[in-house]
Design a protein around this ligand. Structure first.
Ligand SMILES: [Zn+2]
Length: 183
């Protein structure tokens, strides 16, 4: 298993929102954040045929041109998660529909990737873009503020869609419940 800490620490260099494009490039991956993909497909990662032009670039991440900038950030991080966690399962490639299950509509219908891998890629993306300590720090300040309207909003601070932040807060809450029960 790859050492995940440098990924989860990348905010220490870039601040928030995390520079996910820079992170992908630093891994030596190709990137196209405005790709023409099937209507239902949010993103994909594909293995490139080696040729002289891109002999060093083995994989390329693409996100759909139709996504908002915040969704692009999250989908890029999700695909990076598949690369880091599931490289041996990628085969020729995999694509994610808007519900993040590898999908027959796309260019690749990868049966090696199931709900477990999708959840893992989601958690990886969330940990890169929204580390738990920063979530705690941000929301403590945000919720204590008397003028929330004037505060930087969570989706702007993290560069991630509100619905994804809500999902991640739910996961962290379940985790802290489980931690409490264990004590
Ligand atoms: Zn996926």
């Amino acid at each position: 298993m790859a050492d995940l800490k440098p990924f989860f620490d990348s905010h220490k260099e870039s601040g928030f929102p995390v520079n996910i494009r820079g992170l992908i490039e630093s891994c030596g991956l190709g990137l196209n954040d405005s790709a023409e993909l099937h209507n239902d497909i949010a993103g994909q990662i594909e293995r490139l045929e080696s040729n002289l032009e891109n002999s060093n670039v083995e994989f390329k991440i693409s996100t759909s041109i139709t996504l908002t900038p915040e969704w692009k950030n999250f989908v890029m991080a999700h695909e990076l998660g598949h690369y880091v966690l599931h490289e041996s399962l990628i085969g020729a490639g995999l694509d994610d529909n808007v519900a993040f299950f590898s999908n027959p509509e796309g260019n690749y219908n990868n049966q090696n990737i199931g709900p477990k891998q999708e959840f893992e890629a989601h958690v990886f993306a969330a940990k890169v873009l929204m580390p738990e300590l920063e979530v705690d720090r941000f929301f403590q300040h945000y919720l204590a503020s008397e003028n929330i309207d004037e505060e930087i909003q969570p989706n702007v601070h993290f560069g991630v869609p509100e619905s994804v932040i809500a999902w991640w807060l739910g996961v962290l809450k379940e985790k802290s419940k489980a931690d409490t029960l264990r004590d």
